[in-house]
Design a binder for this molecule. Structure first.
Ligand SMILES: [Zn+2]
Length: 398
């Protein structure tokens, strides 16, 4: 394969998570026997040091008509509101006419916050269902994939581009980045959010690796990509959302001065050595240790006759369950708040989903897949903890 960022051919495997199904595809009973699986391997580019998956599940399968709605999660909507206010306050006055294009605009949650602040907005969203929800809420939205061709068709410039949680999905990485370069006004700002590989490694959060995430950036590696297309990062900070995401601010070269906090994070990153191949090899070793530790724990609990439920059925939880090979003989069910998942089964391991508020019996142990909500979960279930129910976190973020 060729590196997705630098086109180099010097890639080596650093972590093999086996053959896994598309982990966002929760299944009905009838679908259990026809589930395709694909390799899930993390590769390291010796030339530009970007880590990435080598196998691409077709974007039309993954994003053609997804039903994930960003407006449903309260904390996420709050996060989007903060981003809009921050961008408006810092850069709003720089533009004669404030306009924003949101790539992967979902149900328009982010753009509604900008509309409220007087911005002219346009969403580009590949899912027909979510795009039409956005349109019905008064957010102008094109139902297509964003790329160079798309911006040529739109044929105008924007003062801000936003890409929240899509920049690591992109199959057409260079076409998208070039499209942003061409569509961004002279003093415009591109706001990008991406999973930060340094945090993933520090937290041992290998479950963030799944087919939808094709690329795992650090500041060093994303800046190599941006540099190829004549773009430059001038600010970045780490946000706690989704268990650690980097938010970067990017412009045309030389237009805005690099902030002190970006220089500081770059220094920390360089000192940590997280871009070296050895860091990845050590990360893979820790992942293997976690697997052994947890399998030992789970089988001991089962031998003792304990009942185990999974807490949450997040997409990332399926990476973990499939890699560990933990199925319904160990974990009886996964408790979930999202009622759209009622009567469905987890991809790959086929553990039944049950809706949390409909549960009348409690297990001895909760194996917490939604570990990024640790504080919230421990607080909400204090009564269960007092009654002796154990909450086990396979991944415990620093
Ligand atoms: Zn490369």
């Amino acid at each position: 394969m060729k590196c997705r960022v630098c086109d180099g051919e010097n890639l080596n495997q650093v972590l093999d998570l086996g053959h896994q199904p598309w982990c966002n595809n929760f299944l009905t009973k009838n679908q259990l026997n026809t589930e395709p699986r694909y390799p899930l391997r993390l590769m390291y580019c010796e030339d530009c040091r970007t880590s990435q998956l080598d196998y691409t599940v077709d974007k039309k399968i993954m994003f053609g008509d997804h039903t994930y709605l960003s407006g449903v999660t309260k904390s996420l909507s709050e996060h989007f509101r903060q981003i809009a206010e921050d961008v408006d306050k810092r850069f709003g006055d720089d533009f004669q006419k404030k306009s924003i294009l949101d790539i992967g605009s979902n149900d328009g949650t982010q753009l509604r916050h900008f509309q409220n602040l007087g911005w002219e907005v346009l969403g580009v969203e590949s899912s027909k269902t979510t795009a039409s929800i956005a349109v019905s809420m008064g957010v102008p939205t094109l139902n297509r994939f964003f790329n160079l061709e798309c911006i040529k068709d739109i044929n105008r410039k924007f003062s801000v581009f936003n890409a929240a949680g899509v920049f690591f999905h992109l199959e057409e990485l260079h076409s998208v980045t070039e499209g942003i370069k061409q569509g961004l006004e002279e003093n415009g700002v591109f706001v990008v959010q991406f999973l930060y590989m340094k945090s993933i490694m520090e937290n041992n959060a290998f479950d963030q690796i799944y087919h939808e995430h094709l690329l795992y950036y650090t500041l060093e590696t994303i800046q190599k990509l941006l540099g190829r297309h004549g773009l430059e990062m001038f600010d970045a900070f780490l946000s706690p959302i989704h268990g650690g995401q980097m938010i970067g601010y990017i412009g045309h070269p030389g237009v805005r001065e690099k902030t002190g906090r970006l220089i500081e994070i770059e220094k920390e990153e360089a000192l940590s050595g997280c871009n070296a191949k050895t860091a990845y090899i050590e990360f893979a070793e820790r992942v293997e240790q976690i697997k052994h530790r947890d399998l030992e724990y789970l089988s001991r609990k089962r031998r003792e006759g304990k009942r185990i439920f999974g807490m949450g059925a997040p997409v990332k939880g399926n990476t973990l369950l499939n890699y560990f090979g933990v199925g319904p003989s160990t974990i009886e069910c996964l408790l979930e708040k999202n009622e759209l998942r009622r009567d469905l089964y987890s991809p790959g391991m086929h553990i039944p989903i049950r809706i949390e508020k409909e549960i009348e019996e409690w297990p001895d142990v909760f194996y917490v897949l939604a570990w990024n909500f640790k504080n919230e979960i421990l607080k909400n279930h204090k009564d269960l903890i007092d009654r002796g129910v154990e909450f086990y976190f396979p991944i415990d973020p620093r």
